[in-house]
Design a protein around this ligand. Sequence first.
Ligand code: KIV
Length: 282
Amino acid sequence: MPGRVSVSDLQKKKEQGRKITMVTSYGYSFAKLVDACGMDVILIGDSVANVVMGLKTTRTVTVDEMVHHAAAVNRGVARSLVAADLPFSAVQGGPEMVLEAARRLLNTGCDAVKIEWCDGCLEMIDRLRREDIAVMGHVGLTPQTAEETGGFKVRGKTAEAAHEIYQRALEQQTHGCFAVVLECIPDRVASVITKKLRVPTIGIGAGKECDGQVLVLDDLLGLFEDYHPKFAKRYAQLALETKRAVTAYIHDVSSASFPAKEHSFSIGDEDFEGFLGRITSA
Ligand code: KIV
């Protein structure tokens, strides 16, 4: 049986000009469906904070929570490469804490971890690479530190800012990242970075010239309604479909039309009579 997609498979795709596909997943059933569709990479994103846990920020997700979701995802995946975000709480602790978090995530079956650009991230990448852990970088809009670095806005819109993002991507590559996520940057800037980098770029709100694309699954499926980023194309309307189905269930239960005969279990006449006899004689 063929194994999972590897880091070198992704590198080959870049070299052959074939696009890399990536999406987030946070649990067993969706991960299994996504894997069966032939996705290259599944990310247990710390966006789990927003779309699953209902938190306003990704900063408060714990390593324990990421490990919990990563274990569920890995149980459902046979073929995709699985990466997990290193949460802010671990990154704040420095290289040794990051290594400990990465080991726990890899123990659930993950193939790689992802780290957002932040002060000190290069030392953390070095620490992980010394243990031969596959690391994906992430530059541009980095949600864990977005609030203190200009807010949730497109990055790299001035020559200076674009150059800084380019340098960060290059540094993450130099320190051993096998791919770099480019989030919310102008398409022409992403295109240049993609051409300059030897490793694949994975874009989200970074135009079509990136080597691959990533979306949050709940955005792709139209399941998450709190906000709708401009870059997130909805391929389905599962929030609407969920509401339709649940409303129909409420109606069926209220009107006693569910469960029907086919959803119920039977007992033979003799046993049923015997059962009634025991009740009446009691
Ligand atoms: O947490 C996440 O979902 C991410 C992707 C959107 C890249 O980091």
